[in-house]
Design a binder for this molecule. Sequence first.
Ligand SMILES: [Zn+2]
Length: 241
Amino acid sequence: MKQNETSWNIPHPEDDDNIELSNVLIDEIGDNHIAASTDTPMKADAFKLTDDEKIAIIENHFAAIMDTLGLNLADDSLRGTPKRVAKMYVQEIFSGLNPANRPAVTLFENKYKYNQMLVEKNITFYSNCEHHFVPIYGKAHIGYISSGKVIGLSKLNRFVQYFAKRPQVQERLSVQIGKELQHILQTEDVAVVIDALHLCVSSRGVNDTSASTVTAFYGGKFKEETTKQEFLRYLELKPEA
Ligand SMILES: [Zn+2]
């Protein structure tokens, strides 16, 4: 069984399947950045449209948002913005929603360093908060104990970027990266620590410009204190309580 230690503070409306999330609860989820699932919530027909069709639709919608805000779309500087934003959403910052963009993986045999911890730290990533659609950015740190299989270090980086390029919450990002690496590397022994800044916290809302958020995923041997401590020593971070 895949393990994770990330706790999910999911509010449970009294056990009544028919209760819909009230607006109050929906606001609370957004304000507190709570995710309800480790999978990105996708529609069943999420890829019925081509990327070009999505860009055309988003362009129209984004133009409507700008128009509603009172911006003059005939202005030379604003004219291209809806198309630019639509392309950026589909082809860049949300391209990780599409499984077709999942990085290809080649595993290598690693007979000589079998059983050793491998750590790649300070992987810079840019994501976006799914509650406010403003950036989350920071560093991801990954450790794993090889089952005899290794992947190129650049692939660890690419998987971080792939899952970052979705509307995200940081806990889910940690878990998605961790579970994917457990699957690819054929071991439970994977750790992911993410230290990130949320612009929805720093640039609006409570306007706290110094708060960073740390989330962790520990699987297999990384749940054991000695292994976790060794990993965190490499990162020079204090363990979570
Ligand atoms: Zn947010």
